[in-house]
Design a protein around this ligand. Sequence first.
Ligand code: FES
Ligand code: FES
Length: 184
Amino acid sequence: MTSRPAPDPVFAFELNGETVTVSAPAHHTLLELLRYRQGLTGTKQGCDKGDCGACTVLLDGSPVLSCLTLAVTVAGRAVTTIEGLGAEHRRAEGRPHPVQEAFDRSGALQCGFCQPGMLLSSAALLRKNPSPTADEVRAALSGNLCRCTGYAQIIEAVLRAAAVERGEDPPAPAWSIEPRDEEP
Ligand code: FES
Ligand code: FES
């Protein structure tokens, strides 16, 4: 007689503000659950071993690497993905999250693969520390790798978002998307 495999665990958690009940094999990561069961492909699968930060999501408001987090461990907790970060702000204020606007304004992305993780880590930092220094921004984003931008515009964007949120005039971006006058 052959024994049957144990059924997948069933559990509930809050996903982007909504309670969801899911089942997932006990060995599945949160990254696999989000992308392949929930269809939330904004969470990126980069190295899949904790090096790149592309899979960063917020767990009870703090950044975690979803590729190193077992899905079942989020039972009863709150997960925010990049889809939730933007939606929450659009619902409440009719605009994207300030870090999303600032990354856009500062030209802080190229291929965009690192952006969901960068944005979530940045949002978590600004929630805890509304007036970070450039070094504090660097430290908060030290687990998020970018292979395109060189980081300068990313740091600038987070400082810009912080200034906007404090109600201050942000510094002019070093890289501008405004059209330039024609050379004479
Ligand atoms: S995919 Fe998780 S750290 Fe790279
Ligand atoms: S914009 Fe391409 S990896 Fe960061």
